[in-house]
Design a binder for this molecule. Structure first.
Ligand code: MOS
Length: 765
């Protein structure tokens, strides 16, 4: 029998990668061919020509435009609402308020059901109640966007305010609750960590804080939609077309088949392109107006309607023996959320995974504030949890006089530290070694403030990064193979700019034994198979597993069609795979017949197969995570406190990399977002009124080109035998660890330890 490496394109039995002792997906070992190749985006030319149609660009006949008016109190009721002037304004079709809006079900809130997608479950425009400062109170619908915006500005409201909780300290004083994540309490206790800490030779015990963040995808949220009788067609920008269709159907009392959602291009999601009140208001206004409606949120609209990352206060305490071995890790704290959402910041997740210790005490408490519902934002939990943990590790390295990389490697676990499961594949130490070598870590001076270039202090810092491999249930795909040797792969998945359509075309072509230009990857339509969320860095695995299942069903059908006259006669689906435009015997690829010949002999023009991905049992058996080692060089101006990141390197261990070009962009994009998290991003929330005070990119700062140095990314490319294609997720790993690497570099440069994000110059002078 040939080895995996030299039977180039032939598939092994499907799903064996799931079970202990099973055989991994053979695509993970492909050395040549499409897997890993730096293929440019297949949608790139469309995008640079402006021919990729985004949600707010779909034309519909007789369409009208919507704009929103917002509350200016955090809690209470609308006392008076005067829409007369707005209704009389030029081009106005209607003004929708709680008085005339259709009666609707609340939107099912994300994490409360398999396809529930709502950011909250509040009955907006169903009564006169106000739940947050910025909540929509009216929708102006007009012939043009400008007329709608003008009419919205003419809506006059007064409010009866009620006491609201908008102050974090006040909310904490009322008491905290145990935080829950996906139905599980965010709490782990192993041994007596407080006692172990007290008895340790070296102790670190520090408080870290992280602010609110608002989503700023380059494409603001928008829907263009039309009712056709009782059916609703929606052009959305979403990370979850099937969930969106079901959620809208539930709100309007329809069957999900009556709602058809497409989202072919998404200008960034990061966890925010789920389902918010503008979906409901747009569809309701369209129903009321009897016209197709476009509701495109302004940038301010995104700040008022779409939640982001919420604030946290975190304590990290570490007790170590004199040799650096951890005796206690404590990571506890409080996250703010609202009475109407299901997501605290799960900032302890990475602390369960990264290091071994004799004892652990991990807990997330929550308090409830009257504010816009917070939500997922790229590596929710981990992005800010690694800031606290990885700064504390750096503080411990300083205390012990150890190199921070060596301290981390000293505490590298050989199994999951708090669950005891074996790792599917963990090569973080290799990432540390390769990254340190390439970054020139050996030249770092461990004494803070030792390197200066004129006015600038220069320092180097590092941090570990991790994010789980996820694969949510619901993956399904359809493959249609035609006699001309072309295949169409359909799955209700998403392209948010990360390169999914390109990488998945590569994978499907390789799996089928076709060229890339013979494969069409059709996605982002709720009519397609699968309930796939482009979130949790899981979409690649979800699609991969579904396409594996569909391909196996296709092979079974083809073998049946091939019949007794084929060289493949008598073989089972597990014994053959795709090769050079046909099927070949696994252990003897010269036993081959083309797809065209099989279909011609059977007098078929095409064959279609559906497959359902198996349940994600791999994550029950193994601890599966992506890892990274982050390196930062920062320059801090001794006079002004200005920080410039001058170099950054990420060394990643994420299994097999499927497209080295789009993957590098994902890693770099995550790191850039991490630089924003470290140095500038902060939603200014007025704790007296609950108002977001900086709802624009003029006052909410994200990194621009001048803020971003050359970023170097490398990866181990060691396949994970328990993941489809050997690949773990890469979408969220880049942001985790990045802020700590910056903070640790700043400490190395200046000797100043800032534990409160963002690391702005006022904290450094
Ligand atoms: Mo990501 S925050 O799961 O879109």
């Amino acid at each position: 029998m040939s080895t995996l490496e030299d039977v180039r394109p032939v598939e092994l039995a499907s799903e064996s990668w799931l079970s202990p002792g099973g055989r991994p997906d053979s695509l993970m070992r492909r050395k040549h061919g499409l897997i890993g190749a730096p293929v440019s985006r297949i949608d790139g030319p469309l995008k640079v020509q402006g021919k990729a149609t985004f949600a707010a660009e779909f034309p519909i006949d007789k369409m009208v435009y919507a704009a929103l008016a917002y509350s200016s109190i955090a809690k209470g009721r609308i006392a008076t609402l005067d829409t007369g002037e707005a209704e009389a304004a030029p081009g106005v079709v209607l003004i929708m308020t709680h008085r005339n809006a259709p009666r609707l079900q609340p939107m099912p809130m994300i994490l409360t059901g398999a396809k529930a997608l709502g950011g909250d479950n509040l009955p907006i425009l169903q009564d006169d109640r106000i739940h947050w400062n910025g909540q929509p109170i009216a929708v102006a619908v007009a012939q043009t966007q400008e007329q709608a915006d003008h009419a919205a500005s003419l809506i006059r409201a007064t409010f009866e305010a009620e006491p609201a909780i908008t102050d974090f300290a006040e909310a904490k004083a009322k008491g905290v609750e145990q935080g829950q994540f996906f139905g599980h309490p965010l709490k782990v206790e192993i041994g007596d960590a407080e006692k172990a800490l007290a008895g340790s030779t070296a102790q670190i015990d520090a408080l870290y804080s992280t602010p609110r963040h608002t989503h700023n995808a380059i494409e603001p949220h928008a829907v263009t939609l039309a009712w056709k009788g009782d059916e609703l067609v929606v052009h959305d920008t979403t990370q979850a077309v099937s969930h969106c269709a079901w959620t809208l159907a539930t709100v309007f009392g329809l069957d999900e088949s009556q709602v058809h959602v497409t989202s072919p291009y998404v200008g960034g999601g990061f966890g925010s392109k789920t389902f918010w009140q503008h979906h409901v208001l747009g569809a309701a206004a369209s129903k009321l107006a009897g016209r197709p409606v476009r509701l495109a949120l302004s940038r301010e609209g995104v700040y008022r309607l779409v939640g982001g990352r919420t604030l946290t206060e975190q304590r990290v305490a570490i007790g170590a023996a004199s040799d650096g071995g951890f005796e206690a890790i404590i990571h506890t704290g409080t996250s703010a959320m609202t009475p109407h959402n299901a997501l605290p910041e799960a900032f302890i997740l990475q602390t369960q995974t990264l290091y071994r210790a004799d004892s652990f005490k991990l807990c997330v408490d929550v308090v409830r504030l009257d504010m816009l519902a917070n939500t997922f934002m790229r590596a929710p939990g981990e992005a800010i949890g690694t800031f606290a943990l990885e700064c504390a590790i750096d503080e411990m390295a300083v205390k012990l006089g150890m190199d921070p990389i060596e301290l981390r490697i000293r505490n590298e676990p050989d199994q999951h530290p708090t669950q005891g499961k074996p790792f599917s594949s963990r090569n973080l130490v290799e990432a540390w070694r390769a990254g340190a070598e390439r970054f020139g870590w050996a030249a770092r001076r461990s004494t803070p403030g030792a390197t200066r270039d004129g006015e600038w202090w220069i320092g180097m810092g590092c941090a570990a990064s991790t994010y789980p491999y996820n694969r949510f249930p619901g993956g399904a795909a359809r493959i249609t193979l035609s006699r001309d040797g072309r295949a169409r792969v359909e799955i209700a998945a998403h392209e948010m700019g990360m390169g999914t359509s390109t990488a998945q075309t590569q994978v499907a072509a390789e799996r089928l034994g076709l060229e890339m230009d013979q494969v069409t990857f059709a996605y982002a339509d709720s009519g397609q198979p699968g309930v796939v969320m482009a979130g949790g860095s899981q979409q690649t695995a979800a699609i991969g597993a579904a396409v594996m299942a569909a391909q196996r069903a296709l092979v079974a059908q083809l073998l049946q069609l091939a019949g007794n006259d084929s060289v493949l006669a008598g073989l089972s689906p597990d014994e053959v795979g795709g090769l050079d435009g046909g099927l070949a015997r696994l252990d003897n690829p010269s036993q081959w017949e083309s797809y065209a010949a099989i279909l011609a002999r059977a007098q078929r023009d095409e064959v279609t197969a559906d497959g359902i991905a198996p349940p994600p049992s791999e994550t029950q058996t193994w601890s599966m995570h992506s890892y990274g080692a982050m390196f930062c060089e920062a320059r801090v101006n001794a006079v002004t406190g200005e920080v410039r990141v001058s170099r950054f390197l990420g060394a990643f261990d994420c299994g097999r990399i499927l497209n080295s070009k789009t993957a590098a962009s994902q890693f770099k994009g995550g790191i850039i977002m991490g630089l924003g998290l470290a140095l500038m991003e902060e939603t200014q929330f007025d704790e007296r009124s609950g108002r977001i005070m900086n709802p624009s990119l003029a006052e909410y700062h994200v990194p621009v080109h001048m803020d971003v140095p050359d970023i170097d990314v490398i990866w181990t490319d060691i396949p994970d035998p328990h993941a489809p294609m050997g690949a773990r997720g890469i979408g969220e790993i880049g942001i985790t660890g990045a802020a700590a690497a910056v903070a640790n570099a700043i400490f190395n440069a200046t000797g100043k330890r800032i534990r409160d994000l963002p690391l702005t110059l006022d904290k450094l002078i």
